[in-house]
Design a protein around this ligand. Structure first.
Ligand code: ADP
Ligand code: MG
Length: 340
């Protein structure tokens, strides 16, 4: 076979590097929603509003009442590997924010039109930056940040073709917000689509939020989980067999407040059901694992949806025992049944 002539090694242009990174971070509108809501929460928002057009393909606007971005830092917010969240390796190892890679805004702006309007406390007015032109203009809004993303994949038609119908993309966007909403009952969320309010969760308690997001039926057919072993703590709710589903579509797991998909955890939880759930039935649950930051590495996946544990057996066991304890009949009732 004929060999192609060797080409010299070159450094890729910035724009292309961001587009490559975007391939990992931005799959569809819901990925954008997830990143922008992450940023809003990292900024200390108490209210987050998401406004979508055409399932988020045409536009995504995420508004928050967080600390905002000072005008002179707006250009930096769009730069690759620029972040206010970590400054050293030590901080990376104990990072408590959702973000830290400084990649999302740069990646998104390389595959869509993006603008940020933001105002910090005490600033005389907001400033808006347009990612394409880099131009800064005064804007009107209160303290906080609005990020608008338009025409996702407009310059990469091949990727745009992978998008599904608006209804499907909207469903994915809603799921992205739902995942955040379950973890942060102390924050209010609203989602608008085509000018209509489609979902709203007011600030409340975890119990109330779970009820609103997963429904009355899930709450009625689930048990509270509250378990502690060594450096691990598991809280949440585990569905009884009556809440089991044919699909694994109500399995929410969080590690230190971050939504994750983890086979090890899923297996640990599933094993707690081995005697009570048969066939392909899938348990429903929402579980929050709290673990010392030095026992988990969150920097293993560009979207951080996967994590790596220092001691995976410890985590597997904790999840299993936490759910088993939650599903076991309450001790008090058993004791009361014993004749005296
Ligand atoms: P990361 O979140 O990993 O730091 P991003 O590209 O998502 O990277 O954001 C870059 C920076 O822009 C953040 O570190 C933060 O300082 C700022 N920023 C982004 N969104 C917001 C927001 N909604 N409110 C305040 N600051 C923001
Ligand atoms: Mg971010």
């Amino acid at each position: 076979p004929e060999r192609a002539p060797r080409r010299p090694i070159r450094e890729l242009p910035d724009e292309l590097i961001s587009q490559i990174a975007a391939g990992e971070v931005v799959e569809r509108p819901a990925s954008v929603v997830r990143e922008l809501v992450d940023n809003a929460l990292d900024a200390g928002a108490t209210e987050v509003v998401v406004k979508l057009m055409a399932g988020g393909v045409r536009s995504i606007l995420v508004e928050d009442d967080g600390v905002g971005i000072p005008a002179d830092e707006l250009p930096l917010a769009l730069r690759r590997h620029a972040t206010s969240k970590i400054a050293s390796l030590g901080e990376l190892e104990s990072v408590a924010t959702m973000g830290f890679r400084g990649e999302a805004l740069a990646a998104i702006s390389s595959v869509a039109e993006l603008s940020i309007a933001s105002r910090t406390e005490g600033a005389p007015h907001a400033q808006r930056i347009d990612a394409r032109s880099g131009e800064l203009v005064p804007a009107a809004r209160g303290r906080g940040t609005s990020v608008e993303v338009r025409e996702l994949f407009f310059s990469t038609p091949a990727r745009r073709k992978f998008l599904k119908t608006d209804a499907t993309e909207l469903a994915h966007c809603l799921e992205a917000v739902r995942r955040h909403a379950l973890a942060r009952p102390d924050v209010g969320f609203a989602v608008w689509h085509e000018g209509k309010l489609v979902e709203q969760w007011r600030r409340s308690s975890l119990d109330q939020r779970v009820r609103e997001v997963l429904g009355e039926d899930f709450v009625a057919e689930s048990r509270e989980v509250q378990f502690e072993i060594g450096p691990l703590r598991v809280v949440g709710r585990a569905g009884t067999p009556a809440a089991a589903r044919s699909r694994a579509d109500q399995q929410y797991v969080y590690v230190n407040g971050r939504y994750v998909r983890d086979k090890l955890i899923a297996h640990g939880v599933r094993s707690a059901y081995e005697d009570v759930l048969h066939g392909g039935r899938q348990p429903a649950y929402v579980l929050f694992l709290e673990i010392a930051p030095d026992r988990v590495d969150v920097n293993v996946h560009p979207t951080k949806i996967e994590v790596r544990f220092r001691d995976s057996r410890e985590v597997h066991q904790a999840m299993r025992r936490a759910v088993e304890a939650g599903l076991a009949p309450p001790q008090a009732v058993v004791a009361a049944a014993v004749p005296v």
